[in-house]
Design a protein around this ligand. Structure first.
Ligand code: FDA
Length: 307
């Protein structure tokens, strides 16, 4: 039903124009325009948080659109730099490979790599970094190949590991190398049981295992979770491995557990808020909810708690 709604113009029109829906969406999405996202980023940075901005959109259908997404990021980075938000990578950007062409039938990987390289060059000029989001499990190999290649020119290019995937401990072992920026999350996409752990307990155990590998390695771990138990484990591992507050960061989504984000930052930790913006929020939210029923509970919970 939700997937049908994501393609239905009537359902989209109803929701996009409903005042209540807009106010709910405003909790998770910074606005339609880059300028609005930059304003929210400035507010978060003033409160002592770090930010990674994501231009909403995925599964781009043609090379021209993929290039336009690349242009959007280049313009966004210029805006962030003009507002002096990029110094020390306080504001960086996150890019979905399929938004810049990975899913194209012809030359998808090459198109995505070229667009991400262009974004990396703009980020370097602005004095900040880029992280490549991880999408559906069918794109993992190509995404990691792109990251490995581009790290030749841009060693600070970040990537993402999803603990729900059975392969992730091996990927962490490969990626826990000097300077390597790795975001660890549980994973927001459905995957078959031969590829992914099926139960929440297994995904959490895998997260803790990957977390320990990254914290003991020589890279820069970015621990993306709202899970209080895993946040506690991260703190304990930092202590055990002698990592100071500048040697790793916590990451959480805009609008989810904002009080916890602020508490950690006030206690001296680095906390980066993932801040999506753009007019494509409708498809983004509805697809995420349809793909994985747990996402519905996740967003519903955040509406009733700010802790
Ligand atoms: P989960 O949803 O399992 O919740 C665990 C516990 O956290 C709950 O039991 C509760 O105690 C607490 N909790 C959660 N929400 C709460 C709330 N609103 N209020 C109070 N307590 C709450 N995915 C992906 O596939 N590719 C990617 O590139 C990324 N990128 C990414 C970046 C960042 C910064 C984040 C935070 C997340 C992602 N994700 C992602 C999404 C990620 O994979 C995952 O789907 C969500 O973060 C939800 O998983 P959690 O680890 O937060 O725990």
């Amino acid at each position: 039903m939700l997937l049908a709604a994501s393609d239905s113009d009537r359902a989209r029109q109803l929701l996009v124009s409903a005042p209540l829906a807009r106010s709910v969406v405003a909790r998770y999405v910074a606005g339609d325009l880059a300028a609005e996202a930059v304003e929210v980023a400035g507010r978060l940075i003033s409160a002592g948080l770090l930010v990674t901005l994501d231009h909403l959109g995925e599964d781009t259908g043609d090379a021209r659109q993929a290039a336009a997404v690349g242009d959007e990021y280049v313009a966004l980075l210029k805006l962030l730099a003009a507002q002096e938000l990029t110094g020390g990578a306080r504001a960086e950007v996150s890019v979905k490979p399929t938004a810049v062409g990975l899913g194209l039938a012809e030359h998808g990987e090459q198109t995505a790599a070229e667009n991400i390289a262009r974004i990396c060059a703009a980020a370097r000029e602005a004095g900040t970094t880029v992280t490549v989001d991880m999408e559906d499990h069918t794109h993992v190999d190509a995404t990691l190949r792109i990251v490995r290649t581009l790290r030749g020119d841009y060693p600070d290019l970040g990537c993402v590991i999803q603990s729900q995937l059975r392969r992730s401990a091996d990927d962490c072992a490969d990626l826990a190398t000097p300077g390597s920026r790795v975001r660890l999350c549980k994973g927001a996409y459905n995957a078959p049981p031969d590829v992914a752990f099926a139960t929440r307990a297994e995904v959490d155990r895998s997260y803790a295992r990957c977390l320990r590998m990254l914290m003991r390695g020589s890279g820069y771990p970015m621990l993306a979770t709202h899970d209080p138990r895993l946040i506690e484990i991260a703190g304990a591992q930092a202590h055990l491995t002698g990592r100071g507050p500048g040697d790793f960061e916590y990451q959480m989504l805009y609008g989810i557990r904002p009080a916890e984000q602020q508490r950690l930052a006030d206690a001296g930790a680095q906390v980066r808020v993932y801040l999506p913006y753009g007019s494509d929020w409708y498809a983004y939210l509805v697809r995420r909810l349809a793909e994985r029923p747990a996402n519905l509970a996740f967003f519903a919970r955040s509406l009733v708690t700010r802790s």
